[in-house]
Design a protein around this ligand. Structure first.
Ligand code: SF4
Length: 420
């Protein structure tokens, strides 16, 4: 807990440096890049949710978690963590249903994946098909809680077995049928970003493709929209989607299948903290979603302090990955930049941000920090947000939007999602 306290107290820039010194001292490391496992270890010691001998501050607790380190860890990733809900049927494609012996597999897939065909909240399939599907796992997440914001958005707490994740349902405007749905890809997150409430949970497990699809279908069944052409999906909830890329990719294939929801891959955005090899892999997917990068700093020093992944992949590698990411005509990469008062909001930051993006088609989303109890960072003043945006626009090479996060009053805004 001591390290965590250090992480959340004090003024951010000083805090970040003090943190770095504390970590170096703790790790016995010299200046320079730190092994990512060690970085995550210090973070986990401060967060943790385990109990007893495998608790967060113990070697056993660390060993239990280190088995689930992301793909950027030097050790190969062993088996997946155990699933605690049985939802695999939702992640199966028609030919896979057919291979399992489901008759009329296309029609069965359609009845599974189109919530407007369900009756009383469950799909209507033949008895024989249901038996096969239930043997795979046909559980949908339970809506444990739904909080509605004054701005029309809703935060849903979805329960898979013992685990809970959050999804945020955001109608574009009051009375509008069009909806953006922000979904989770993991329970917790291993990335340890210093400004993010989810990071305080540590990493629990990946969601399976069936659980990701089930999350979408459950929310659509509860709150709409009534037609999938009105749905936009963003992987910006709990977790780093590229840390769980194989399951996220399968979920996208299922959600885009024309016999199911039939979403266009142009209306699915995957947001990453910057895992370079997985960005390349995402670019090779078919169907391929849109890419968003959560950048949040313009120097390696500051990014490395805010986001441990920045020490593994410096800005130069990240920019090269964005430059080679395949794009359709008029497609832009979204650069998300959380503005933290006094940390990353100087005019020099604006110039460096503009320069970073100069070599690929992009738009920049400025997101004033949403203060929460687990972080000491401050939201910038309105005038500073405007000054930063103007400094960016003065460079004449960028498209800038200031994103007013939805659902602030129900802790559903960016960086505020944490299991409660
Ligand atoms: S910002 Fe995203 S990647 Fe970073 S800790 Fe939070 S959920 Fe994970």
């Amino acid at each position: 807990m001591a390290e965590h306290s250090a992480l959340v107290l004090g003024r951010p820039r000083f805090l970040a440096r003090a943190n770095a010194r504390a970590r170096r001292a703790q790790l016995g490391a010299q200046a320079g890049p730190y092994p990512i496992q060690e970085i995550l270890r210090t973070v986990w010691h401060g967060h943790g949710t385990g109990t007893g001998g495998a608790g967060p501050g113990t070697e056993a607790g660390y060993a239990a978690r280190v088995r689930h380190l992301p793909a950027f860890a030097s050790a190969p990733l062993p088996e997946q963590p155990p699933r605690v809900s049985r939802a695999q049927a939702w992640g199966l494609l028609p030919d896979e249903l057919s291979a399992l012996g489901v008759a009329a597999a296309d029609a069965t897939f359609e009845r599974l994946q189109r919530p407007w065909l369900w009756q009383d909240g469950v799909p209507v399939v033949s008895k024989a098909a249901r038996a096969v599907l239930e043997s795979c796992g046909l559980e949908l997440p339970r809506v444990a809680e739904c909080k509605s914001s004054v701005d029309g958005s809703s935060k849903l707490l979805l329960q898979f077995g013992a685990d809970r994740v959050e999804a945020v349902h955001m109608p574009r405007a009051v009375g509008s049928g069009r909806v953006s749905l922000c979904i989770s890809s993991q329970v917790g997150c291993a990335m340890g970003c210093g400004f993010c409430a989810t990071a305080s949970m540590g990493f629990h497990r990946h969601l399976s493709a069936g659980e990701i699809v089930g999350q979408v279908l459950r929310v659509v069944a509860e709150l709409g929209p009534r037609h999938p052409s009105e749905l936009t999906l963003v992987f910006m909830g709990m977790g780093e989607p590229l840390h769980n890329l194989s399951e996220v990719a399968r979920a996208i294939r299922v959600l885009c299948h024309p016999r199911g929801l039939g979403l266009s891959s142009n209306r699915i955005t995957v947001s990453t903290s910057g895992l370079v090899p997985e960005i390349d892999e995402l670019g090779r997917l078919s169907p391929r979603p849109l890419l968003a990068l959560s950048l949040n700093a313009t120097t390696d020093e500051v990014r490395g302090e805010l986001m441990p992944i920045g020490r593994r992949y410096p800005l130069s590698l990240l920019r090269a990955a964005l430059e080679r990411f395949p794009r359709r005509p008029r497609e832009r990469i979204t650069i998300e930049y959380v503005l933290l008062a006094g940390v990353n909001d100087s005019n020099d930051d604006a110039v460096r941000l503009s320069d970073f993006c100069a070599t690929f088609a992009h738009n920049i989303n400025l997101i004033p920090f949403n203060e929460h109890a687990l972080a000491s960072f401050r939201a910038p003043a309105e005038a500073d947000v405007e000054r930063f945006a103007r400094a960016l626009l003065a460079r004449k090479r960028t498209l800038v939007t200031v994103r007013r996060s939805r659902g602030r009053d129900v802790q559903a805004a960016c960086g505020q999602l944490v299991q409660s």
